[in-house]
Write a protein that binds this ligand. Structure first.
Ligand code: UD1
Ligand code: MG
Length: 447
């Protein structure tokens, strides 16, 4: 049986932030959400989150996960003190306790699985994830005998000059035999530079305590300040991009592209520079996105192109050409093979197939059929100051340049709208509508 406890009570002073450190974001998820995700393979029987600084805010952010137990650490007197708070909650628990630092968000689930396996195979009292870091500054240093059994852990700030030379560090990830850990927790003292109760001091009282080196040391990157947050973001981005390149996606200038780990890309997608893909976005095979585009929570079909455009919460079917400078938002649904062009905004509208909205238009709350041609500068006046109203435009209709549809209004199929019309009444199929003043010429006119 395995219980998981996540240390998430600290303020994170070095972040210089009012937001609790573990709520800072890496891509779509907060640090603590990522830590929780990393133990998904272990099937823990209990998951406890130790909260303290801005406890309510941390709890609220994790509300959707109803199987979590929250343990309050009212004063943050160190990581050892935090684990002491578990004593009443885990009374009588027979099994292993996996302790995860809430600020170590890049662990792979397989790494934790291996750690637990090693811990159980060797029947250790404790097993710690360790690594040799090229730059170990800030991390606790781990000292072992020849058999990888830990003799001592010294925090960076408590190290003497010789100890600082050791670059084997504590990853902040621990497996404990709970029945062995529980009786030694009360023995911790705060006799160190920070006057804190260090969890790492329990190694003095437990045998055997084994170090397990992680294969990819980047996994144990801890976040204590904004610079480390930015570095972790870089590590995560490299992981995501390497993955998609292996799956047959071309990234032109990967350094200028960002891709959330929630995005899905199909083979032969090409992502051009300065393009950002976020949230639950899916891009279909052969599509070319960018340069200079942002796509968030949107799904694109195959062989579409998007150039210098922003698409959020929308769907674009196969074969569409979007941009340059298009903004699709709020459930815009664009059918197959449409051309949505220069300086066009479409909000909460359904567009049929082979329809063109090529220049300078706003369509809001509109439904357009197939093969509609929307002339340059066509606008739906969908808002009367209080409510939004629909505009419906049938198949094959052509709207003239600079026409305005004052919603609610319906145009039938194959309608032709004269340029400059302000259409306020419904128009039947196949009609020509001219809704503007006739041009007058007054000859020989002087002011
Ligand atoms: C800790 C380890 C260090 C290790 C490093 C890895 C200790 C004493 N040191 O140092 O050996 O190399 O992590 O990243 O454990 N927290 C609480 N309550 C507290 C204090 C902290 O819940 O009273 C939480 C924090 O919110 C954070 C985690 O514990 O998520 C670690 O605390 P932090 O202050 O970042 O420890 P480090 O100095 O990084
Ligand atoms: Mg830390």
């Amino acid at each position: 049986m395995v219980a998981v406890a996540i240390l998430a009570a600290g303020r994170g002073t070095r972040m210089k932030s009012n937001l609790p450190k573990v709520l800072h974001r890496l891509g779509k998820s907060s640090l603590v959400e990522r830590v929780l995700d990393s133990c998904q393979l272990l099937n823990p029987s209990r998951r406890l989150v130790i909260v303290g600084y801005e406890a309510q805010q941390v709890k609220d952010s994790l509300q959707k996960d109803s199987f979590l137990e929250f343990v309050e650490q009212k004063q943050q007197l160190g990581t050892g003190h935090a684990i002491q708070q578990l004593l009443p909650h885990l009374e009588g628990f027979q099994g292993d306790l996996l302790v995860l630092n809430g600020d170590v968000p890049l662990l792979r689930p397989e790494t934790l699985e291996n750690l637990l396996k090693t811990h159980q195979t060797h029947q250790n009292a404790a097993t710690l994830l360790t690594a040799y870091l090229p730059q170990p500054k800030g991390y606790g240093r781990v000292f072992c005998d020849g058999n990888n059994l830990i003799t001592q852990i010294v925090e960076d700030r408590d190290c003497n000059a010789a100890q600082k030379q050791n670059n084997r560090v504590n990853g902040g990830i621990y497996c404990f035999n709970w029945s062995k850990l529980a009786p030694v927790l009360p023995k911790l003292s705060a006799n160190n530079d920070q006057q804190e109760y260090y969890l790492t001091d329990v190694v003095k009282y437990l045998v055997p305590v084994m170090a397990v080196d992680v294969e990819d040391y980047l996994e144990i990157s801890g976040i204590n300040d904004r610079k480390q947050l930015a570095m972790a973001n870089g590590i995560l981005q490299n992981r995501v991009k390497d993955y998609w390149m292996k799956q047959g996606v071309t990234l032109v200038d990967p350094d200028s592209i960002t891709i959330d780990d929630t995005v899905e890309l199909q083979p032969d997608v090409i992502i051009e520079p300065q393009t950002h893909l976020r949230g639950k976005t899916i891009i279909g095979q052969g599509s070319r996105i960018g340069p200079g585009s942002l796509i968030e929570n949107s799904q694109l079909g195959e062989n579409a192109t998007v150039l210098y455009s922003v698409i959020t919460d929308s769907q674009v079917a196969s074969g569409c050409h979007i941009g340059p400078y298009t903004h699709l938002r709020g459930q815009a649904q664009v059918g197959e093979s449409c051309r949505i062009g220069n300086f066009v905004e479409i909000k909460k509208s359904v567009i049929g197939q082979n329809t063109n909205v090529a220049h300078l238009s706003y369509l809001g709350d509109a439904t357009l059929g197939d093969k509609v041609n929307v002339g340059a500068g066509t606008i739906t006046a969908n808002y009367d100051g209080v409510n939004k109203h629909p505009t419906i435009i049938g198949n094959g209709t052509k709207t003239g340049a600079n026409s305005v549809f004052v919603a609610p209004v319906t145009l039938g199929e194959d309608v032709t709208v004269a340029a400059g019309s302000v259409v306020t009444n419904n128009v039947p199929d196949k009609a020509l509508v001219i809704a503007r003043e006739r041009q007058r010429i007054i000859e020989d006119w002087k002011s």
